[in-house]
Design a binder for this molecule. Sequence first.
Ligand code: AMP
Ligand code: MG
Length: 353
Amino acid sequence: METILIKVNREKPEQESIARAGKIIRDGGLVAFPTETVYGLGGDALNPASSRRIYEAKGRPSDNPLIVHICQWESMNRIARRIPEEAKKLADAFWPGPLTMILPKTDSVPKETTGGLDTVAVRFPSDRIAQEFIRASGGFVAAPSANTSGRPSPTLARYVWEDLGGRIEMILDGGEVGIGLESTIVDLSGSVPMILRPGYVTKEMLKDVLGSVDTDRTIWDQNCRERPKAPGMRYRHYAPRGVLTIVEGRPDRVAEEICAGSRKAKKEGARVGILATDESLEKYRAESAADSIKSVGSRTDEDSVGRSLYRILREFDEEEISVIYSESFSDSGFGQAIMNRLLKAAGHRVKNV
Ligand code: AMP
Ligand code: MG
């Protein structure tokens, strides 16, 4: 299949391109599009055949449900059987934006879209291209991240092309995304609101609106025997091809350990990459002997770290890096989302120094 790649202006999306993309979705095809979090791979959420095609294109296990993207609050009635007061409060505070809510589904949403579950994940993104595309598509776009299953989510159209070129009808290129990590997921289908995946909307922000909120234990406790409530969290995810180790501890010791580990791995014939920060870059350049040293952003600006993380993991792949060392990040605020993705990318390989 030939994949059409179209550049779209973020401030003023070209209507002809949006209409063309919308028609592809209404005809049962697939279009990748930018959102404020990462690029999504969209299909008609109410058409079971479209959802099946999404799983096929990504190589995604079919029990891993998709998020339904909407472009107006009123659309909730069509897909959610019960809309609790909390949903309204969260929507007032964070929609449009990087928050996904899990609610009991109506019969309009096929089981193919929800991975066989009776609940549906819903998000109203703030990105203008995404909103206009969803509207042109009929209002309900099922979309997981637009990567091959298991690879880091794409933050640039170029990476969508690498993973899915030839397998989908169209890619809308809106440039680099703003946030860079997937949405926060909150489950509102049970008795207490529960965070199933940390994201840009933090636990503290949710607490301010809801009063109290729990976190699914399986997110942080690797030895927990329970099954993660977001099926997607079960799978190895966000993974670079190299073996990634996170080094945690006092900053000076972390840098020493990474430099020593890097020199040793070099001697053993590895191609070594270091995921550094603006603050530590120079030390690694001087002392590590690593083949590729990249700053993911500044410790004083966590947003910059979130935005660049997946891009840097992919760049290490392009450079055929076989051993990667990373510093660790704070476990509060947006840092929780960064650490969650980094731990998954590392298969929870952490060295404490
Ligand atoms: P992605 O869009 O690729 O980030 O994947 C969507 C994520 O949402 C996956 O981790 C799913 O497990 C999660 N998700 C979607 N629908 C549900 C649902 N009904 N219940 C729990 N988690 C869900
Ligand atoms: Mg994904």
